[in-house]
Write a protein that binds this ligand. Structure first.
Ligand code: ADP
Ligand code: MG
Length: 245
């Protein structure tokens, strides 16, 4: 794992009217790592992704990607820099093939020259769905759709992939397959930030775990250390881990 940070979050805050959804959160993400963000429902995990991808402007604080401030830029500008998000609920073009759906990712995304076909093929392979390339997206299972969503995001040639609960609702076999894909994505040189509820998966795949609770960062460390952190245990015991899938 390289030590150079790809993402720096600096005193980030987000307020929705009276609600402080994110309070003075700071951390850095080293390049080519897998970092998981965990925390009870309402902790601010999705808000953090919305801030990083430009869906929401921060109320205060900075977001630096590859050393440059991106906080408050529009979503398309941020995508052009090389940040992609894989959504939990994939909304593919149902009548198009898996290949065509992933190809659309390759046509957009990070600025610069690209070989669209090669990029599409590579993303299909990395997401382990090359064998499904000719299928219509409408024929995929929920698990396969998650892979399609990751493939589409990778096809944008992003350097940073934000994956929002890619294993939610998947069975153990499908979960293991998705975790393996995330490992392959990291091995290909992409940095992964994962929001995930499935603790065994988080513990197994993460280089590092960040814990949010009520908009505050309460822990940041190695998976085994975070799992034993008293503040973390209290946050989870105080608020039963509800299933928002
Ligand atoms: P998590 O993803 O960790 O479950 P969220 O980031 O979705 O949490 O939400 C954090 C808090 O911010 C919650 O109280 C949620 O209701 C609130 N929130 C999230 N998005 C909005 C929004 N667009 N407008 C108002 N409140 C929001
Ligand atoms: Mg969420």
């Amino acid at each position: 794992m390289s030590a150079a940070p790809i993402l720096q979050i600096e005193h980030l805050s987000k307020q929705f009217r009276g609600l402080q959804a994110m309070s003075d959160v700071s951390f850095t993400i080293p390049a080519v790592s897998i970092t998981s963000i965990i925390g009870p429902n309402g902790a601010g995990k999705s808000t953090l992704f919305n801030l990083i991808t430009g869906y929401l402007p921060p109320t205060a604080g900075g977001i630096r990607f590859q050393g440059q401030l991106i906080g408050g830029l529009p979503t398309n500008r941020i995508a052009e820099r090389g940040i992609a998000r894989a959504f939990q609920i994939a909304r593919p073009f149902r009548d198009l093939s898996v290949f065509e759906n992933v190809r659309i990712g390759a046509l957009f995304g990070k600025a610069g020259p690209r070989d669209v076909s090669a990029t599409t093929d590579r993303a299909l392979r990395l997401a382990a769905i090359a064998h499904l390339a000719a299928r219509p997206a409408s024929a995929l299972t929920v698990g396969q759709l998650r892979h399609l969503e990751v493939a589409r995001a990778i096809a944008t040639r992003a350097d940073l992939l934000l994956a929002d609960e890619p294993c939610a609702g998947l069975n153990p076999t499908e979960t293991a397959a998705m975790i393996e894909v995330l490992r392959e994505v990291r091995a290909s040189g992409v940095t992964v930030v994962l929001v995930e509820h499935d603790m065994p998966s988080v513990m197994e795949v993460s280089d590092r775990v960040l814990v949010l609770d009520a908009g505050r960062l309460i822990a940041d460390g190695l998976p085994q250390d975070v799992a034993q952190d008293e503040k973390v245990i209290a946050a989870y015991l105080g608020s039963p881990e509800a299933d928002d899938a």
